[in-house]
Design a protein around this ligand. Structure first.
Ligand code: ZN
Length: 252
């Protein structure tokens, strides 16, 4: 596999740091249920095993603490309309999650988690550009089989794989190749529905065509039980499938 591949895995962690637990307006049981609903379970293991030579940038805490996939400014971030900008105040059922953090608290969370994460991603991209003059970011996620109340798009068809693209950073032939391999293996794919876009560091966003990016969202019904247990056999099958995607991308 090309060493110029970077995995961005923002939503796999279930970890809530102890000193931040009190911020959440939930009982332990409610918090556990919310973490279960909102986490892209096992996507760190799945994508890293499928693309073992890629450099992985894995967010170390739950997206309930800070969501690294959001724009840092709420004015740029559509999800802030539903209380789910970079620091959520509402949960996936649109229930109150925590008080709006003060500007100082918000800044502290950004400096502790968001900024270092994005720095790592930007540095990995820079390094890849220096050595390979090219870089492909795979933004790895999973999504629930049925829409959660917070989702902006409630009616879209839920395919096996949702592929998020960017007009500037996702070449047509790249996404077409991925669609072809997934569909030839019997899986359904849709572009940018129910989730759209793919991550690119702000430094390169819409400026540097050498930085390519594709979001791969796995429908959780492919590997997760209703009790959020991970089905290891189905995970193996998924890893095998994504390895084939990696082989195709390698020839990109
Ligand atoms: Zn996600």
């Amino acid at each position: 596999m090309s060493v110029s591949m970077i995995l961005h895995l923002p939503h796999a962690s279930t970890f809530i740091p102890e000193d931040l637990r009190q911020d959440f307006l939930f009982s332990d049981q409610e918090l556990l249920e919310e973490v279960n609903r909102i986490t892209d379970h096992a996507t760190d293991a799945i994508f890293q095993q499928a693309f073992p030579e890629a450099k992985a940038i894995v967010f170390p805490v739950s997206r309930l603490v800070v969501d690294p996939e959001r724009f840092s400014e709420d004015s740029q971030e559509p999800m802030s309309q539903v209380g789910m900008g970079v620091t959520y105040t509402r949960g996936s059922l649109r229930q109150p999650l925590r008080e709006q953090p003060s500007p100082a608290k918000r800044q502290a969370l950004m400096e502790r988690y968001y900024i270092p994460h994005h720095q790592k991603l930007t540095e990995a991209v820079e390094e890849s550009l220096l050595t390979n003059d090219h870089c492909l970011i795979i933004d790895g996620h999973s999504f629930p089989a049925l829409p959660l109340p917070y989702e902006l798009n409630q009616t879209a068809f839920r395919p096996d794989f949702c592929l998020g693209t960017d007009d500037f950073h996702t070449p047509e032939e790249l996404v077409a190749k991925v669609e072809k391999i997934l569909e030839s293996c019997g899986y359904s794919t849709v572009r940018n529905q129910p989730f759209s876009g793919t991550i690119v560091p702000m430094k390169h966003y819409r400026k540097d065509e050498r930085v390519q990016s594709l979001m791969i969202e796995i429908n959780r019904w492919l590997y997760l039980g209703e009790d959020y247990s991970v089905d290891s056999e189905r995970v193996e099958a998924l890893i095998e499938l994504l390895r084939r995607v990696g082989e195709v991308l390698e020839k990109n």
